[in-house]
Design a protein around this ligand. Structure first.
Ligand code: AMP
Length: 200
C-alpha cells in the first residue's frame, strides 16, 4: 500500500508537527520544503544564498526552483512507496508540476490532509513559535505577508484536490494528540493505515 500524502494548512496550523508524526507512522519520508530551504540558508549553500532574501521577506521561492528541489527529493529511493509533503505545493503552478512528475511515474496522490485552524489561532501560535525558536521570518510583518500568500495562493489549491475527492478536512484546534487522532481516523476511512504498530 502506498501513502502519498500532502498536508496543507496555514502557518501555525501545526502541520509541521503533525506531518512528522504521520510520516513516521506510515514509514515514509516527511519532505518539508521550508525546512530544506532553511537548512540550505543555514549551511550557506548556493541554493541557500539564492533563496535567503525571499524567505526572510516571507515571499514564495520561484516555482521552477522549488519544484526541481521536490522532484529530486521524491526521486530518491526512500520515497518510492510514499512521502508526506509539507509546504508544497503552495500554488496552482506547483500543483501542475507535482501532477506532471507523478503522472510521469505512473503514480498519484492518496490523500490531502487539510488542517483547519482559524486565523487568530494561527497568528497566536506563530507568535509563540517566534519567541521559542527565533525564526527570522516570524516577525509580525512577515507573518502577515505569509498568511495573506496562504489565503490568496495556497488555499485555492484545495478546490482542485477537493474536486478529485482527495481532501480530508481535519479540525486543527485541540491538543496535539486529539488532532493526530483525527488525522489517523480520517486516513483510515480511505483505507490508509499506519504500518508501524503503536503509531496511532
Ligand atoms: P514554511 O516553513 O513552509 O513556512 O516555509 C518557509 C519559507 O520557505 C516560505 O515562507 C517560503 O519563502 C519558502 N517556501 C517553502 N515552501 C515553499 C514552496 N512550496 N514554494 C515557494 N516557497 C516556499
Amino acid at each position: 500500500m502506498t501513502a502519498r500524502l500532502l498536508i496543507v494548512g496555514p502557518q501555525g496550523s501545526g502541520k509541521g508537527t503533525q506531518g512528522v508524526i504521520v510520516a513516521s507512522a506510515f514509514g515514509v519520508p516527511q519532505v518539508a520544503t521550508g525546512d530544506i530551504f532553511r537548512a540550505n540558508v543555514a549551511g550557506g549553500t548556493e541554493l541557500g544564498k539564492r533563496v535567503q532574501a525571499i524567505i526572510e521577506a516571507g515571499d514564495l521561492v520561484p516555482d521552477e526552483l522549488t519544484s526541481e528541489l521536490v522532484r529530486d527529493r521524491l526521486a530518491q529511493s526512500d520515497a518510492a512507496e510514499g512521502f508526506l509533503l509539507d509546504g508544497y505545493p503552495r500554488n496552482l503552478g506547483q500543483v501542475a508540476d507535482l501532477d506532471a512528475f507523478l503522472d510521469g511515474r505512473g503514480e498519484s496522490l492518496d490523500a490531502v490532509i487539510e488542517l483547519e485552524v482559524p486565523r487568530d489561532e494561527s497568528i497566536a501560535r506563530i507568535s509563540r513559535r517566534a519567541i521559542e525558536q527565533g525564526r527570522t521570518d516570524d516577525t509580525e510583518e512577515v507573518i502577515a505577508n505569509r498568511l495573506s500568500i496562504y489565503e490568496r495562493e495556497t488555499a485555492p489549491i484545495l478546490d482542485g484536490y477537493r474536486a478529485r475527492g482527495l481532501v480530508l478536512a481535519v479540525d486543527g484546534v485541540g491538543t496535539l494528540d486529539e488532532v493526530t487522532e483525527r488525522i489517523f481516523a480520517g486516513l483510515a476511512t480511505r483505507g490508509l493505515r499506519p504500518r508501524r504498530s503503536g503509531a496511532a
